[in-house]
Design a protein around this ligand. Sequence first.
Ligand code: GUN
Length: 295
Amino acid sequence: MVILDGKKASQAIKNQLKQQVLSLGSDKKPHLAAILVGNDGASETYVASKVRSCEEVGFESTLVRLDNDVSESTLLQAIETLNADDSVDGILVQLPLPKHIREQRVIESIDAEKDVDGFHPVNAGKLVQGLPSFIPATPYGIMLMLAHFNIDTKGKHAVVIGRSNIVGRPMSILLSSNHPQGNCTVTICHSHTKNLEDICARADIIVAALGRPGFVTNNMVKDGAVVIDVGITRVEDSAAPKGYRIKGDVAYEEVAPKTSAITPVPGGVGLMTIAGLLKNTMQAHLNRTQITVDR
Ligand code: GUN
């Protein structure tokens, strides 16, 4: 059984990006702007990690913090300012947002050319049609991880559990696409799926992205399957230093011995999400600074 180590795979990508930044010249650096609304502990951690990773690879980063009770129009103005700022290549608004803010309205206000999360309908539509686009960072990171560890996907039956716009749906599209880490036959499962356990038990590749700790148990996994765990739920644990532990959607201890490859939590997909985001930010920078010559 191979442990799909997100630390190793993401470090390899970060090293490539560092070299690429150096080759751009010192005055030209990709610049990511992140907006964090409120002070949800998990969101704080994720955004801090994104900003830190930018520094690590030599990108510029800007963190815009807004209060939890900020109005939707103030948030939209902040996005508009970043859309108009020529020095900013990529913009992300950390989700979830407070209930009084319409998430879709916010997503659609980001310039699609700077939408490094790939959540704008223009980028989602391009992904469906196989056109160049910003791919949502988590599914993108998973594809990068499959490539890093040379996981064979062609002709395999992949089961994706979860149909969110952030992970499940784009993941299903990527795995079914004509791509070196694609060409799977994909089943997408959700809360109304019947016989989910049987469907999973027939999968060569399982991507668990439903946000229910320990949901995938060993009876749902075929011998030799590849298991990708997207879950990162904080579960209370008074014995843990922080008072909680991070748990994945897969019951790792009982599932891992049956698999041919599995991602750990933490240390798996989470780190690849950041690698995907950094690659999108580099791509946004290159798209915006490319000099094109009329022919
Ligand atoms: N919340 C959970 N995942 C993500 C993500 O990939 N991007 C943003 N912006 N928010 C998230």
